[in-house]
Every structure is written in C-alpha cells, then in structure tokens.
Design a protein. Structure first.
Length: 366
C-alpha cells in the first residue's frame, strides 16, 4: 500500500482501484521561489539546528595570545574580544554570528577604528543587507542597505567577511540552505500542502450515497440540509435509499510521521547535526553510552569546529598584528569521568602532570 509520501510525490498507487471511493491526492505542486533564511527558519528542524549550533559557541570562553620571542603567550583579552560593541553582550554577538553562518553561509562584521588605528567596535550586519562589488584590480567594496532605503558604500578594510563554505569564483559565502535549496523547498512545500490538506481541502468527512438518480439541484439541496443538521448538532434522518459512509484516513496517512522524520533527517544531514540533537531518532541505531558519546564528539570535531575556526580567524584579524584568539573548547572534548581519571593517573605516574595541575583543569581549586 502506498503511503502519503509516495502519493504526494505523484507515484502511482497499485491499489488505486480499490480506493476509488476516496478522493485522489494530487501530487505536491513545486515552485521556483527562492528559499529565504527566514522562511527556512520557520521549519522546526532548522530552528532547532540553528539553536544547537549557536548555543554552545556563544557560551564558550575565549583566550587571547600574543606572539613573543617565538612563542604564543597568553594575555588578558582585549576589550573588543570581551565586548565587541556597546549594544550587546559577547554571547549575543557570537550567537548572531553563528546563526548567520548557519542560515546564510556568511556573516559580516562592520569594523570601526579608534584614534590608534585599532578596531574598537564590531557591528554584525544582516547578510541580505550587504552587496559586494569588485573593481578591475580585484579590490572589494561593500554596499550596506540602510533602513531609510539608501545604501552606504564602505571599503573592504572596514568589513570582516566570514564564510562558512566557499568556492573559487564566489565572493559570497555558501551555506546548506543556499546550496541545497531544493531540499529545503521540498520540506516547505510538503508542510504547506499537508496543512491545507488536513485542515480543509484534502478529504471530505463522509459520503452520502443512494441508488436513486439525482439532479444537481437535488444533490445540492440534500447536501445543504445535511450540513445544517450537522452544524446545529441535530440528529440527521436519512431518507429511503440513502446511506452515510464516513471517510477516514489510514493511520499511516493521518500521523504523517514518516514524512516528518524524513524531513528532519534531511535537515540533520545538511547541517551536520546528529538526529538525536534535533529531537528525533534513527531507526536501527542503538542508544548505548559509547555510541552517544562518539556521536557527540564527531559533531564537535566535524561540524562545530568549522564555525569555531572561521570565527577565530575573523576575530584575530580584528586584533593588533601578532595577537590572536582561541576558543577554549577543551570542555567540549572532555571524556567521561572514568576515562579522564585514568588519563590523569597515567599522567601523574609518568611525571608529566602534577595533582595541582589536575585540580586546576577540573576547576577544583578554591
């Protein structure tokens, strides 16, 4: 038996004749409308994916280093690192940056400079408000659309352009929504179709049938009287030869679970996030502690690190020469308690770590 997914895609049902009494489900109409970041974000799976990416990064500590005598020496964070601008916290600034990278494939920081020539303010811009032009010598300039309808052109040195994914010949960053828009569009179309189908136009509540030939006027009159009785919660009396047959969806069609799960798994693949973090499961996977831990570590290494590296490079570019920042992501890769304690025992026994250093790493010093 064909499920709702195959019927929406227009795949013929081998049992069509046996279902002749039920109305046909028309294949899903497809459009060529571009998928905006805002539209994609209205999907629960995309919203959750963005949240899963942005939340841990926005909460991470940052360490700053200066290159001195052939080595990196940790220093106090410059003001711009702790407070990118006067209007928002570093957490909000990083959350918006990661969200922009995830949804548009790029993020733009507008840099302001102090009298000493150093960056003293970073303002994050909407990606859709920025257009890029390149002159004959390959120099970039950026036009920022203002709320009054005008635009402001700024030179390339005032913009820090962060790209999640880039290709030769592309000045813009590329994200999962832009590169795989047909996948996102299909999920949006399916949601819209399902909403309309279930709420109104998809299928009637029932069928009144009779062996007597009726004119169209008689059929309309009987239908109107039937609806009047139903709307007024009155008992309907069927005339001789009339029979009411309720039309119900199959459980597979009504639950819509299969299609929803497929949509969530598509988003999971596009954003590189384990399905469990999008609050869904994958059939056949065993939820052992080891599996979950390895899955989490894979997510950190192969997905989050792409965002972390891009932001580290961008922020370091905004600091004086020879100064850089690193996210303190050691906690992300911290193993389970038993593995850590075994590691510490080996370290102490080997003489290359002291108990005091271990207490410091575990945050146990008072």
């Amino acid at each position: 038996m064909a499920n709702l997914f195959t019927r929406l895609l227009g795949i013929p049902d081998s049992n069509t004749e046996s279902r002749a009494a039920s109305p046909d489900i028309m294949p899903l109409p497809r459009t060529d409308v571009a998928v905006s970041a805002e539209k994609a974000l209205s999907l629960t799976a995309v919203y959750r994916a963005t949240q899963v990416l942005a939340t841990p990064i926005s909460k991470m500590d940052i360490k700053s280093y200066r290159w001195v005598d052939g080595q990196n020496v940790e220093i106090l964070n410059p003001v711009i690192v702790n407070k990118p601008n006067v209007y928002e916290s570093r957490r909000d600034f990083l959350f918006k940056t990661v969200s922009s990278l995830a949804l548009t494939g790029e993020a733009f920081w507008h840099k302001s400079f102090g009298s000493n020539g150093q960056v003293n303010n970073l303002e994050i811009l909407e990606s859709k408000a920025v257009s890029i032009t390149k002159d004959n010598q390959g120099r970039l300039s950026y036009a920022i659309a203002l709320k009054n309808g005008k635009s402001k052109v700024v030179p390339g040195n005032e913009i820090e352009h962060i790209k999640l994914f880039s290709l030769p010949g592309y000045d813009r960053g590329l994200g999962p929504i832009q590169m795989c828009k047909d996948d996102i569009k299909g999920i949006l179309d399916l949601r819209a179709y399902a909403s309309t189908w279930f709420s109104s136009a998809g299928i009637p509540t029932g069928v009144l049938s009779t062996n007597t030939m009726l004119t169209s006027e008689q059929a309309d009159d009987i239908t109107a009287r039937w609806h009047e009785k139903q709307n007024n919660k009155q008992i309907a009396v069927l005339g001789n030869g009339f029979q009411y047959n309720p039309v119900a969806l199959s459980p597979k069609d009504a639950l819509f679970t299969e299609v929803q799960d497929q949509a969530v798994q598509t988003v999971s693949r596009l954003f590189g996030i384990p399905p469990r973090l999008l609050i869904t499961g994958v059939a056949g996977n065993s939820d052992t502690y080891t599996n979950l831990s390895e899955e989490q570590q894979t997510f950190y290494r192969h997905t989050l690190m792409a965002y972390l590296d891009a932001i580290e490079d961008a922020m370091s570019n905004c600091l004086p020469r020879g100064t850089k920042i690193n996210f303190d992501y050691e906690g992300l890769f911290k193993a389970d308690i038993a593995s850590r304690y075994n590691y510490y025992k080996i370290a102490v026994d080997g003489g290359w770590m002291s108990p005091e250093e271990i207490r410091l790493k575990e945050g146990l010093d008072g």
